[in-house]
Design a protein around this ligand. Sequence first.
Ligand code: GDG
Length: 745
Amino acid sequence: MARLIIISNRLPFSVDRDGDKVSVRQSSGGLVSAIKSYFENTHDSEKIITEKLWVGVADFPQEDWQAVEEEQNQRGDFKVLPLFAFNDKQLYEDYYNGFSNSVLWPLFHYFSSLAEYKTSYFEAYLKVNLFFADQLTPMLHPDDIIWIHDYQLMLLPQLLRGENPELSIGFFLHIPFPSYEIFRLLPTEWKKTLLQGIMGADLIGFHTHDYVQHFIQSVKMVLGVDNYFQSLQYQDRLVKVDLFPIGIDFKKFHSTGNDPSIIQMRDDLRKNFENKKIIFSVDRLDYTKGLMSRLEAIEYFLDKYPQWREKVAFILNVVPSRDTIKAYDERKKAIEERVGTINGKFSTISWQPIVYRYNHLAFNELMALFQAADAALVTPLRDGMNLVAKEYVATCINGGVLILSELAGAASELNEALLVNPTDIVDIAGAINKALIMPIAEQKNRITIMQKRLQDYDVVKWVNDFLEQLYAIKREQQKFEVRMVDEKIIEMLKQRYEESEKRCLLLDYDGTLAPIARIPSQAIPSAQLLSFLNRIAADNNNNVTIISGREADVLEKWFGNMPLTLVAEHGASIRKKGEQWKLEVSASDKWKEQIRPILKFFVSRCAGSFIEEKKNTIAWHYRNTQAGLGFTRSRELLNNLTQLIQNTSLQVIDGNKVIEVRLSGFDKGATTLKIINELSPDFILCIGDDITDEDMFKALEQKSKAYTIKVGYGSTTAKYTIVSQAQVLPLLNHLTEKKYAASQI
Ligand code: GDG
């Protein structure tokens, strides 16, 4: 039982006042139609959501709210919380027209030269996001499901999370997320703040796989956070990033083909363009929509394919938008001039090629135009998705051709459209000609395939899919928390530790007893660690083993004078407590000669990587390489090595930012069992963080007296998990010493 709270910059309607009468008009934007269709059509089988609330800035005066609320309540599909109090008009202006639409919008659509990096814009963006958070925080419950939309509110996930760590927060970006090379143009502090803001969410959604990859790359480069496929471990939470290509209300658009009033309008339109093909386009006035290139392409088409003159009409509908921003107003003038020039050049007494209109169309009129059109020309230079393309396809009943920019998100789903490069006027003109001569059977075939796809993943599926993934990530986080070492578990472990007389402590070194260092030789043991080890090793009931991938010489140097068991190179050599080092594998290292040149080759191909050569293993480290490249090279290397060592006595280990080759027949698991079998302890505590430590956890899985703890997130066979390396030593101290209180961990 939970509330679903949708948060977007604007509320999904606008308010008109005529004298005393206040009327509410639903907006026509993509997000609004998506969520509204979901609210109207959904049957939440799990009944998780009991109440729906939409929060956004009110663009009407506070005194109209009562009348708006009454009308909204009568509709009954969702409640509304309007945010007023933007008395500071300049603040809102700098946030909305400033940072949102003059920095993020142009930059994220690859118009970097239009971005205006004004500090006052960023400050206003911070303040307005904070304003949203301040208004919302007091009314939130921990079990609320929050879904934040779009680039105006990228800081809000983190701001809400700060106050309510348990909330389920989803964030969806409706515009493209640009490649890192573009994103990095933002001032350092801005890009960090933006990414930290989004990472406050549990689930982050984009329209396409490319946007997902771009986002992950930016998070890696800017925040230094690693990913495991599409999961990121950020601070103490697991965050999932995925693609959710927005759908449309397919039924609503498809059924307009049977609506008598729309059919009538369509027929009237057709009559006006008798014996002519109609090519239709509708866009908001925006430089991203590619209107100027489209006009150029139309002119080129009329020049290159003169046979179509007087036989085709381009209906170009431009919808007013953001015309208070200078770049938009200038664009409008330029478009209108260009239309005039083309019409002047080609018109005859009875025909003009372009019918240009600058207005907002009523829904029925838009549908009639879609249906009257022989083709739709949708050629944005960049577009997050582009719903017009999908809506046009859904309304086609008897054929129709979609000409679509390959740079719109929709292109990844609408492969049967004629895909064009929106700046390539030759390409577009060719596609227009192809559309006009395409046989009706082929048109229908292409449309049917696309319609099937749009029907299968419609807007209700889109919302359900997003919300289900949000519940799933919450469940995954909870699973992790269930195994998390808490005070109860600590007390249980402490009791077992005290009761036992023959204890075996198996402790990994790097990432467990010591933090991971950029260069392995820098990870020297701290004074606190040495004092802890001295103390517990002195207890005769304890057998303490440091089990590491490090070389014997290093372990000897650091811990040689302590009564510990030392395991080097995952078990290749072992020094039992009170004994000498013993080599457990063949002394010959001739095999390295075959491996070394390959690793050297990868060092030269991946700056920052290096080889670490130990007695019985040879490793290629890529922790300090450029994020992304290191991982890609590591997969290549893994592939090369796996093929090379077939039928040899070698094995390849895919470790934590390291690929290691060694002789097979020993690993931490086998070594652990050897130690346990010799010792027969009545208490085993094993802690590790790495993939190679999983061998120990697996080996101890069935041992009733064994307690295994994994440090950090990620799937594991360990019984328990602990969030970070910094918690290991306090935990061990607490378990082994009476004076520490559990609350200190
Ligand atoms: C963002 C992203 C992404 C347009 N003109 C009229 C009219 N419309 C309707 C269309 C469609 C919607 O407005 C426009 O949707 P878009 O997808 O093209 O773009 P944005 O709203 O700018 O939105 C975009 C979208 O979010 C969804 O995630 O696709 O890439 O930029 O529904 O039909 N409707 C009426 N008259 C018009 O003149 N009635």
